[in-house]
Design a protein around this ligand. Structure first.
Ligand code: MG
Length: 337
């Protein structure tokens, strides 16, 4: 009996790394068969070998199946947050949900506090991808000659991106020495990576609403061309940009940033997410539940302090956008998931 318990324990150890039930069952059966055969041979010679193999195969397979099933359920729970098309709306109604859902981390302008990185750089995106967190955010502006550049501020080193050309932007260097990237440079990084991290693409609000629309159209085209539609979601302070993206990609996840509309008002425009400042949710905590009732996603920015992270999780937001992605993810993982 002790030997039986021993090989079952080994089977559990070996199959615990299996990611699904069939893989678990096959690996478990293989381990059980081998151990059963050896143990059976020691205990009962030739016949013991056969009996041991049979018992080991069945028992190991059952243990492996069970361990693999648990792993599959854990993975499914995480993947409920975004469908293959990049949709991050909740897949079930609030009433049907389990009590606690994990809140996910989005790196604000990439993981720019990492060594060698700068805000909205290739390096900060790569560092965020390495973390394997839910998402990494970037900001994009369109130049006068219709190039989509990645930068947060309207003006960088005295140059206003929406009023200048691609060539002028390309001369600018970020604090880590990189050239100011084009959107397509970062999309190339997204295409090559094996990281599950999504790109959260903010189309900046341009002075002329038509330029916000143009920038939205060009961004969607670039994402399509790069083949990363399934791992890109969109946010904007510009309702024109949000509506344009929704028209082009009706199943994509698009969240409105300004914080001046209730979830219901945003939902009426066909937009399926809100992404508001922490103080907006403190003023309107009921908007989290209202958004979820409408099957909209809820994202909050920019939350760096531990107590604020916990407060926003407790409020039930789906995503926290932060300048401290490692801290945020570690708090959420430790205390909540
Ligand atoms: Mg932004």
């Amino acid at each position: 009996m002790k030997k039986l318990i021993l090989f079952l324990a080994v089977a559990v150890l070996v199959t615990s790394s299996c990611s699904n039930r069939s893989e678990g069952a096959v690996n478990g059966a293989a381990v059980g068969s081998l151990l059963g055969s050896v143990l059976g041979n020691i205990v009962g010679g030739y016949h013991g070998d056969n009996v041991g193999t049979l018992v080991g195969t069945v028992a190991g397979g059952a243990v492996g199946y069970s361990v693999g099933s648990a792993s599959e359920r854990r993975r499914e729970a995480r993947s409920n947050y975004y469908a293959p098309q990049g949709i991050m709306v909740r897949e079930t109604l609030v009433e049907e949900q389990p009590v606690s859902y994990p809140t996910q981390t989005i790196a604000h302008r990439g993981f720019w506090r990492a060594e060698g990185a700068a805000q909205n750089s290739k390096a900060s995106l790569k560092k965020a991808l390495d973390l394997g967190i839910w998402g990494s955010e970037i900001d994009v502006w369109m130049t006068t000659d219709n190039h989509v550049m990645v930068n947060h501020d309207e003006t960088f080193q005295g140059i206003t991106v929406q009023d200048t050309t691609f060539a002028a932007c390309r001369k600018l260097r970020l604090s880590n020495g990189e050239k100011m990237p084009e959107l397509k440079d970062l999309l190339k990084v997204m295409r090559k990576t094996s990281s599950p991290t999504c790109l959260v693409l903010e189309v900046k609000r341009h002075r002329d609403p038509q330029r916000s629309r143009d920038c939205a159209v060009a961004s969607v085209e670039a994402v399509k061309k790069a083949g990363v539609l399934d791992r890109t979601v969109y946010i904007s302070f510009s309702m024109e940009a949000c509506e344009t993206i929704h028209q082009l990609l009706p199943s994509a996840s698009v969240a409105y940033l300004s914080g001046d509309l209730s979830p219901e008002e945003v939902h009426k425009k066909g937009i399926n997410g809100i992404d508001y400042h922490i103080n907006v949710f403190r003023q309107h905590p009921e908007w989290v539940e209202e958004a979820h009732r409408l099957r909209m996603s809820v994202n909050v920015w920019t939350v760096d302090k531990p107590l604020d992270i916990i407060e926003m999780h407790n409020l039930g937001v789906d995503f926290i956008t932060t300048n401290e992605p490692t801290r945020c993810d570690s708090i959420l993982t430790r205390t909540i998931r």
